[in-house]
Design a protein around this ligand. Structure first.
Ligand SMILES: *Cc1c(COP(=O)(O)O)cnc(C)c1O
Length: 422
């Protein structure tokens, strides 16, 4: 459920009309709903707690939407943060999330990144390979400390809505095999620079069925049992993220309640501290990208293009993952529907949000909202074509705040320098 509904004849975010935000901030602009972020976090946490999974660490995956105001909203509810770079760790800290609730993931952590993570005291470093584990140990020993690590396993199951977001097959770059995990865990337990506390997996994103997750988790249970049988201590089990959300025209995902029940079933009788790294399921439906129709361009042979002021640099999911977003006009108009290609102004054919979409007739000046754009939206935006970085607005009830202003063209130019010979 989300808090984007029609109010007084026009689409609103909570009780703020999207038109009011467009008038105050301009378009394109991302708009996030506090109530929806809070609801998604709470529904997931309550489902896990109701299934008797203790007091799990829910480390929100910062990469889905890393705006510090969004992180603070979730941090205030008790969320931790799953991070993949120094920048993301800094964002989580800036949002007031305590370091012991920060997980540091990612396949290629550098020496400097590991040193930073150890200095700030992140709660768990997920190591993804033997060389990375060795580097973590070296960096920790140089500082006279131990790195608290979990070993990321690649469970070799396929899952995820698209090949580019599937991470759990053995030919993906993520994690180590089960046999390697056993060997590395034992090695880490005897290493002066390492403190292994658990194991982790994350098999992909936009997973709508529970079967691949259940298959992976059953294998993870076996791993924990084998490690413990060898006398090794395994306190934590981090099950990653990946739960899908309903997108327009896409399969309906499993609910958080079904997900939690499956986990309780899979790990019945196992005493372990659970951690999760949900991103999309928290943020996707908590945000929209608001855009204005510039004009309708009609070809003589009949194809109609609705040209927006938003482009692939603002929302790249359709170009990168063939993603489908529901595109809702802010104001409903009666009359026959029309088939449009909805496109941006960038000089690439890939700058097409959708083709042959049947929707209500559009006119220049209409506002439209790309629904489910709160995750992997603004975080992937760029200045391609020297378009200004898209701003972000956070709504709470009847208030809204610009939480990332639109830069000026001067800001954009000021970031660059000439070369001495020019
Ligand atoms: C991307 C990622 C997540 C979040 O995935 P979602 O599909 O957004 O839930 C969690 N953990 C890791 C390691 C990731 O790379």
């Amino acid at each position: 459920m989300n808090h984007f509904e029609v109010l007084n004849g026009e689409l609103a975010c909570e009780v703020v009309p999207l038109r009011a935000i467009a008038e105050a901030v301009g378009t394109p602009v991302y708009v996030y709903s506090t109530a929806t972020l809070e609801r998604h976090y709470t529904v997931l946490r309550d489902a896990l707690v109701a299934e008797g999974l203790g007091n799990p660490l829910i480390a929100y995956a910062v990469k889905a939407n890393s705006n510090v105001a969004v992180l603070r909203t979730l941090g205030n509810l008790g969320a931790g943060a799953d991070t993949v770079s120094v920048g993301e760790i800094k964002r989580a800290l800036a949002a007031g999330i305590s370091p012991d609730r920060i997980v540091f993931s990612g396949v290629g952590k550098t020496e400097a990144e590991l040193a930073f993570a150890l200095d700030v005291g992140v709660g768990e470093i997920n190591v993804e390979s033997e060389p990375e584990m060795r580097l973590a140990s070296t960096v920790a020993q140089a500082k006279g400390t131990r790195a608290t690590i979990a070993i990321r396993v690649n469970p070799d199951v396929s899952a995820g809505g698209h090949a580019k977001i599937s991470t759990g097959k053995s030919d993906n770059k993520f994690g180590v095999s089960f046999s390697e995990a056993e060997r590395l865990y034992a090695q880490a337990s005897n290493n002066a620079g390492l403190k292994p506390v658990g194991v982790t997996c994350h098999i992909g994103s936009q997973i709508t069925e529970l079967a691949p997750l259940e298959q992976a988790f059953t294998k993870m249970r076996g791993l924990v049992e084998r490690l413990r049988a060898e006398g090794l201590s395994v306190e934590r089990l981090d099950l990653g993220g990946g739960l899908g959300v309903p997108y327009f025209n896409m399969p309906t995902p499993a609910t958080p309640a079904d997900y939690a029940a499956m986990i309780a079933r899979t790990f019945k009788g196992m005493d372990v501290q659970f951690a999760f790294e949900p991103g999309r399921v928290i943020a996707a439906n908590a945000g929209v990208l608001l855009a204005t129709v510039q004009h309708i361009h009609e070809r003589p042979e009949g194809r109609k293009f609705a040209v927006l002021d938003a482009a692939m640099n603002d929302l790249i999911r359709p170009a990168m993952y063939d993603a489908w977003h529901d595109i809702r006009p802010i104001k409903a108009r009666t009359g026959a529907s029309v088939t449009y290609d909805v496109v941006g102004p960038i000089c690439e054919t890939g700058d097409t949000f959708t083709r042959d979409r049947e929707m209500q007739a559009l006119q220049a000046g209409d506002l439209v909202a790309f629904m489910s754009a709160g995750a992997y939206g603004a975080v992937m935006s760029s200045e391609y074509n020297s378009r200004l970085l898209v701003p972000e607005v956070l709504v709470k009830g009847d208030q809204f705040a610009v939480v990332r202003p639109r830069p000026t063209y001067q800001d954009m130019l000021d970031r660059e320098r000439s070369a001495p010979w020019l």
